[in-house]
Design a protein around this ligand. Sequence first.
Ligand code: GDP
Length: 467
Amino acid sequence: PSFGYEDLRRKIKNNIQEFWYYVTFELKKVKSLGDSFNLDKRNQDVDDTIKDIWEHKKELMLELDKLERVDGHRNWREKESKDLSDLVQRRFWHLQNPADCNKAKKLTCSLNKGCGFGCQIHHITYCFLVAYGTERTLILKSKGWRYHKDGWESVFKPLSDTCLSAAGASHSNWPGDSSKQVMALPIVDNLSPKPKYQPPSIPADLAPRIQKLHGHPIVWWVGQVLKFLMRPQDNIKKVMDYSKEKLNFEKPIVGIHVRRTDKVGTEAAYHDIDEYMVKVDQYFNQLETEPSVRRVFIASDDPKVITNARRRYPRYEVIGDPAVAETASVSKRYSDSSLQGIIVDIHLLSLCDHLVCTFSSQVCRVAYEIMQTYHVDAHDKFTSLDDVYYYGGQNPNPGAAILDHVPRRIGEIELRVGDKVEVYGNHWDGYSKGRNLRTSVTGLFPSFKVKNPVAVVDFPKYPDVPI
Ligand code: GDP
């Protein structure tokens, strides 16, 4: 390692120590105030301390970013990321373009799941992963699509140059008889047991490389599938480029997705725009240099969100198109213009430097997955106001305790190293909620004591595709 690396490493270690001295000292001061303190003064002190803690944290994060740069591995990371993506894309291409479509094993999947665009995209991604896992060419059935009667190819490139027909000599339904040429895969919700190839599984032969590169391997892997599936047709590419220019979409920029209408009160809670903007500010505050303008791109299914944000936040450059949001309301959603709107919104969200949204919405999760294809590792470029990342219908993948925890306060649970924990959610305050599968007790634990394991599963290795 270089002097720069060693020097920074020591500095970071030292600063963590200083950080601890500081926090402990300030908390002890609050404690020593006793009963006769001045409430206003104490509140002021606490606010000042929070500001100082923020500065400490900002400095530590900036140093860690620098560490990434001084160690000289940046070029390696970028090249490895590209090579790995190229390999995966070539394998996908190989799978989708068999030598003889009449003889090829096929998996059929209908795009017409009764849900929104993000949900349907995740549905065919799951189909694609099962196709990859069973070495069957995916045949997408999409005519009469609720978003566009002409189907998938009205907006995205076909999944194959040579093999789009579902015809075959013999048929079966999943999991059925694997010797049959054509296998039909239903939606994941109706499936038991669920295929081992679906998320959060990643292929064992690629796992060491993916894990070395990326902090959340399944998101990288799903991103690669979306890169293959969602290649825009020229007409949509034009609309994407035009929207980007018309909106004056420029970096640095934070993407905000606000999901309202039918979702609120049924599948997710209401979050005011102010809650999103607090996170936007945190993003800009932690940058080393303040940009000349704090720019945000807002996508929503409610046009009022964009117009209100413009009014309430005049000092920000709020970009977004209320007319597009208008087409996203439930009554107009399943139409051609709404389809263009959601494709452009997801595209622009994925291009942002950071995403602020609710991961309960598949729209934001798709944008986050696509975002990974533009960076070596963008797993931390998001703030979710509700859920942690998950893949709808995914196979169970409990977390693993890496440190013991002795509950101290009401509501906390015990952890022993190695315990499996079904994680329900992160409260984003240092604690997560989950159920310890050993004790069957549900409650809170410090988030850093449980790690999210990577589900490594044997997939075919595609030896015909050169590494
Ligand atoms: P979820 O219901 O939020 O998990 O996501 P889905 O994609 O399954 O369904 C929501 C649908 O609402 C989307 O597919 C769009 O049709 C519409 N929608 C939601 N948010 C937006 C948005 O920000 N922009 C646009 N254009 N449409 C949206």
